[in-house]
Design a protein around this ligand. Sequence first.
Ligand code: PMP
Length: 394
Amino acid sequence: MSTFERALHHRLEQQRAAGRYRLRRSQRDAGVHTRIDDRDVLTFCSNDYLGLATHPRVVEALCNGARQHGAGGGASHLVNGHQEVHDRLEARLAQWTGRERALLFSCGYKANLGVISALMSRGGHVVHDRLNHASLLDGTRLSGARLHRFTHGDVAAAAQTLAGLPPDADRLLVSDGVFSMDGDCADVNALARLAERHDTPLMIDDAHGLGVLGASGAGTLEAQNVPLDQVPILVGTLGKALGTQGAFVAGSHALIESLIQFAKPFVYTTSLSPALAAATLASLEIVQCEPERRAYLHRLIQRFRQELTSLALPGITLMPSETPIQPLLIGSEQAATALSERLYEKGILCTAIRPPTVPTGHSRLRVTLSAAHTQADLDRLLETLARCCRTVTS
Ligand code: PMP
């Protein structure tokens, strides 16, 4: 075995020994009722919050889009990978989020790398909520700017950090709209007021809020009535409530033109598949025209919270959240993994989230609810949790 291969094996062994080896299972399809290893499985961990990944109209639009425009863009957006269908989707996303323009990226990770690295540089300061998504932190590292993190949700702590920065330095305040592992929402109005006081642009990554929060599904800003000009940089992803794949940044004409000029993760990568752009046009129409999907999802969330609270399961704390992300805090990695495995034996997939994704001692089951779940699916989750958790947490 070469030295290189030996080093790889050694590192993997260490990961296994630490109980942190990540498992990848092959699922038959993206539905909540699916099959894994020839067994029927009901899933409660997808981000497909509205069940649009398998919606017949979205799937049909994807197939037709591939026929009309091609399966792939064939080049980057600035060479010849940009098509009219991308323009149509960008215009619809801008309209939906109330912005002058939107710009597509092929995934949210790249959108966040692209925005922060295009706008910030060495000598600048980027101030983050401690629980911001990894891609926002990596974008800051890529930019060379200094990374600051304030205690989760603590606007006073963010104010203190901003007040301590050199007055002339470039700065950016960044937060998730809905926090991906906790499911709670940032107080965007408070952050916006703070940003205004410190003449600092505010960037919100609303990957998990778009499509599920707000009357028209326009996300955390709509739900909290945030004046749009207070958040000049909005990032959204297409792979969650919209059920497809990709991402966008929405903002002013000048912001979008700056990203086209300076965001390397936009410039040097193949364009978002035009077929996916066509599929996303279809899913966006459903998000906007079928608010009943959102209403049903929110009823499911309320019912889950009420019934789980009244079950008072030992060793499980339901974290405060009004979004489809309903984490069950367990604590130890072993107990979270054991509960996840016990559920899986009973045909329910809900993966354990462990360090380094969450802090040590905060391992959890990240239950996510979807409009594709029936009331009977929810009954089954609650009953199975009640049966399994007594055995693993006692
Ligand atoms: N931002 C947040 C808050 C996320 O949770 C994620 C993905 N889970 C991303 C960005 C990255 O999006 P994508 O999966 O499209 O790369």
